[in-house]
Design a protein around this ligand. Structure first.
Ligand code: HEC
Ligand code: HEC
Length: 207
């Protein structure tokens, strides 16, 4: 059964064959078709046409550090795998949690490096209308910009929120062994402003 033992060595070969020529498209530096953009977060920088200015913004909004607080249901998520929050934590009527599991019973104004509980001022779940998970780029973009959903924020206010809000900034300093949001915050703000300055274009629904 020697061949069995060496079987794992074949897997990459088989995978490479299966992916075929498309494998080259997975290189971050390669040109990416719009269809593959949502999963190709690492390639966001490569986007040149103005229609793709939203791609790097979408990549950040989709980061688990952000998405864990922006679900389209009533459960905050945890971790890079975005599993439902333990202890049966739910949204509650005011996004601050339900009776015995108020967010601030555990989450304080800063990360607790002893208990591992992340924290930032005013820790609570984004309202349902600001839920993003599962949305494609086009829907994510229109939802983000929709003032009836985003708390009445125009584009300038959206940029300011992502520049200064404590919960947003927490994503870059999440404590514990949580993965911080990439790219670095100043670089993200440059990308965000490039999108805003171009009139905040949304990709077409085909995406
Ligand atoms: C601890 C939970 C939490 C985290 C983490 C979090 N948010 Fe939010 N977010 C909220 C809440 C709550 C609001 C509503 C705030 C308000 O209305 O003042 C909000 C609102 C927003 C808004 C404005 C509303 C909208 O729909 O456009 C944006 C933009 C936003 N967050 C971006 C981010 C980004 C980007 C990250 C990650 C870098 C992030 N958030 C991480 C809770 C969170
Ligand atoms: C009983 C204590 C407790 C309550 C109540 C609680 N949390 Fe948590 N929460 C935790 C702990 C502990 C962690 C860290 C888990 C880990 O990293 O393994 C956590 C992690 C999180 C994370 C994950 C951050 C990330 O990106 O990995 C989010 C988001 C979150 N909580 C949101 C909330 C919200 C919103 C509420 C209120 C609706 C809430 N939590 C209520 C204990 C609690």
């Amino acid at each position: 059964m020697r061949w069995l033992r060496s079987f794992p060595n074949f897997l990459p070969v088989v995978a490479a064959l299966a992916i075929g020529g498309a494998g080259f498209l997975l290189q971050p530096s390669a040109h990416i078709s719009p269809q593959s953009a949502p999963v190709q977060v690492a390639a966001a920088h490569a986007a040149a046409p103005s229609g793709d200015l939203f791609a790097p913004v979408a990549a950040v909004l989709r980061h688990p550090r952000c998405m864990n607080c922006h679900p389209r249901d009533d459960r905050p998520r945890q971790g890079d795998d975005r599993h439902p929050h333990l202890q049966n934590v739910v949204r509650g009527e005011d996004n601050l949690g339900f009776v015995n599991a108020r967010c601030t019973a555990c989450h304080r104004d800063e990360n607790n490096n002893f208990s591992g509980v992340p924290g930032a001022p005013n820790w609570h779940l984004a309202p349902l209308s600001m839920g993003w998970n599962g949305l494609g780029d086009a829907d994510l973009c229109t939802t983000l910009k929709d003032e009836s959903k985003n708390g009445g924020k125009d584009i300038a206010a959206l940029v300011e929120h992502m520049e200064k809000d404590a919960l947003v900034l927490w994503g870059w300093a999440p404590g514990g062994d949580r993965t911080p949001v990439t790219p670095p915050h100043p670089e993200f703000i440059t990308q965000l402003k490039a999108w805003a300055d171009a009139g905040a274009p949304c990709p077409t629904a085909a995406k």
